[in-house]
Write a protein that binds this ligand. Structure first.
Ligand SMILES: [Zn+2]
Length: 270
């Protein structure tokens, strides 16, 4: 079977080595993983998730009486934090997720990217996405390159035309360095071709699939200004806040699902 996320990680290593603008990226701090998404459904092909965004200032939710405007209930004070992901001794700073099988089935014609690759082969759309997500890694280590404002909100300018043009320039420049085609060959096949050719497509996922490390709220012990207002506790956290290599599971992806693979020789539960 083909390990799709491993192939992408190997390709990324070569891209970093041949692309001066991405040379600052330390891929030992970047983890590539798979998420499930149907090819016929709308949605992202891939996402860059930053794990180094600072904890937010303490805040709380509140509810007011519609008529009197008086505070009726509030949550405890809380901060929003990034989970810790450690592989061995290395702290992971970015996660890059690829949505399978949707990513494998993206095409260039009629897509927004078509103008950037006139007459280009369809699989360039996938190489474009790989480099696009890497380009989100911020050389200033302040989070996501120009995507997130200081308050954590997304800037509408993060995907301005310049970003797409820069990515296309890097795609062309990378291919002009004549990389070994074996590194990107897997991008030339759609999902069903890969499934037949390799007898299956697997990817790294997290143990809590379909979830993965995400920002979470943590209660902080600060006094409420008005002790008479009822405090509504936060929903208990349901996902881990620390992840290690033990939380990584290989799953096989199909058109309609993803299931965990057990070790060789063991039978897979249905
Ligand atoms: Zn993007």
């Amino acid at each position: 079977m083909i390990n799709y996320t491993e192939r992408i990680a190997l390709l990324m290593q070569d891209v970093v080595a041949r692309t001066p603008r991405l040379a600052f990226i330390d891929l030992s701090e970047v983890l590539v993983f798979g998420r499930f998404g149907r090819s016929d459904a709308e949605g992202a092909f891939a996402t860059c998730h930053c794990l180094t965004l600072p904890e937010t200032e303490p805040g709380y939710f509140f509810w007011k009486d519609r008529d009197t405007g008086e505070l009726t209930r509030r949550s405890p004070w809380f901060v929003t934090k990034s989970p810790l992901v450690k592989i061995g001794t290395k702290r992971i700073k970015y996660l890059i997720s690829f949505v399978l099988p949707r990513f494998c089935d993206q095409a260039l014609p009629r897509s927004r990217k078509a103008d950037l690759y006139p007459g280009g082969e369809g699989w360039l759309a996938k190489l474009d996405t790989v480099i696009h997500e890497m380009y989100h890694i911020d050389p200033a280590e302040s989070g996501i390159r120009a995507v997130q404002r200081a308050d954590g909100s997304r800037s509408p300018r993060s995907h301005g035309p310049r970003f797409y043009e820069d990515v296309a320039e890097m795609v062309h420049a990378y291919l002009a360095t004549k990389p070994d085609p074996r590194l990107y060959d897997f991008l030339q096949h759609d999902f069903s071709e890969l499934s037949v050719r390799y007898d299956g497509v697997v990817a790294t996922t997290f143990r809590n699939f379909p979830s993965f490390p995400q920002r979470y709220m943590e209660t902080v012990d600060l006094a409420a200004s008005d002790p008479r207002v009822r405090i509504e506790p936060l929903k208990p956290a349901t996902q881990p806040v620390i992840y290690t290599e033990d939380d990584l599971h290989i799953r096989q992806f199909t058109d309609s699902s993803a299931r965990r693979l057990t070790r060789k020789g063991q039978h897979c539960a249905a």
